[in-house]
Ligand binder design. Structure first.
Ligand code: SF4
Ligand code: SF4
Length: 314
């Protein structure tokens, strides 16, 4: 894909037809109750087109919920693909052939997740293989090690990998039958997960599986960091509010001025920061994001943010 000038993570809405029992939408209700603004696809197109005019080509990492459940989403992507590039976190519950007929492969990368309670593996794989063959960079499928699905997990993983696509197994986080996971995995289940090459197996072992993007770096005073998140990256939630990073989403601007919203993309008040700012994470907080754009550590994060030419800032 072309190198973008700016990056957005866009939680377009928190709806999904699947309703998986292990979904964060059930457990993190403070987040999942944020309503989408309800703009039509045409209006969304105009918002992103306007941001392209102002900041240049964007890489939109679209997630939710299920992005493709948003009415008119695929056609909006097809129109924006002339300007921006996309990554989708998706359950693939949509027409892969229609997509490949509308969106050029250089404009999109697909990151699918398999949910055995809602999708049949043969149909799911058929879509994966079609999208892979068409060049959408589909090389990995994620699955959740939800306790009731553990018995079938090994076979599902083997079948997907047999077709040339790798599988990343995430530990389940949350309550199942009154027990708190991942701590509640038995020793045998932990051993099975390790055998399946779960990327976070060690975290499962330690009961620490907060996020697959945790690193094990030493904790430090984050207030001392100057971070460029917010100058060319923003996280957008379904009401259109934009923040400098994921960790800033719930922090009130009054308490931590450096963490206030960057404006709202739907209201036209959004602006990227002109300069990197100190990270204002609170005293006992910690950012272990290995993608944090910490000034002076460009060698660590540049590979995650393949920046192209920036447009002149207004
Ligand atoms: S498919 Fe993904 S977004 Fe949809 S309910 Fe399942 S885990 Fe949640
Ligand atoms: S250092 Fe981490 S928490 Fe602080 S602004 Fe950067 S990404 Fe956010």
């Amino acid at each position: 894909m072309n190198k973008p000038a700016v990056f957005f993570t866009w939680d377009i809405h928190y709806r999904c037809r699947y309703g998986c029992a292990y979904c964060f939408l059930h457990h993190e209700t403070e987040t999942s109750s944020i309503p989408a603004r309800g703009l039509c696809a045409d209006e969304l197109y105009r918002v992103w087109r306007g941001l392209y005019e102002r900041y240049g080509s964007a890489r939109l990492s679209v997630t939710g919920g299920e992005p493709f459940d948003y009415p008119g989403f695929m056609d909006m992507v097809a129109r924006l693909a002339a300007f921006d590039t996309f990554e989708f976190s998706t359950n693939l519950d949509w027409d892969a052939r229609e997509f490949s007929a509308k969106v050029p492969p250089g404009a999109a990368k697909i990151n699918p997740s398999f949910h055995p309670d809602h999708a049949a593996l043969p149909e799911f794989l058929e879509k994966c293989l079609h999208l892979k063959e068409k060049g959408y960079g589909l090389d990995c499928v994620t699955v959740v090690a939800y306790p009731p699905n553990l018995a079938a997990l090994k076979d599902h993983k083997a079948e997907i990998e047999r077709r040339g696509i790798s599988v990343v197994v995430f530990p389940f986080r949350g309550l199942h039958q009154g027990r708190e996971y991942p701590k509640a995995y038995t020793e045998a289940e932990r051993a099975a997960l390790r055998e399946l090459g779960a990327g976070a197996a060690e975290e499962v072992n330690a009961g620490l599986a907060k996020s697959h993007s945790l690193d094990s770096g030493p904790r430090e005073r984050l207030q001392d960091r100057v971070c460029a998140m917010g100058t060319r990256y923003a996280k957008v939630i379904p009401n259109g509010d934009a923040f400098r990073c994921c960790a800033a989403v719930w922090t009130p601007a009054k308490t931590w001025p450096n963490w206030g919203p960057l404006g709202n993309i739907y209201d036209g008040t959004f602006r990227f920061d002109a300069e990197p700012r100190p990270c204002a994470i609170h005293e006992d907080g910690e950012c272990r994001c290995h993608k944090a754009m910490v000034v002076g550590r460009e060698d660590q994060w540049r590979k995650h943010w393949p920046l192209g030419e920036e447009a002149a800032r207004p």
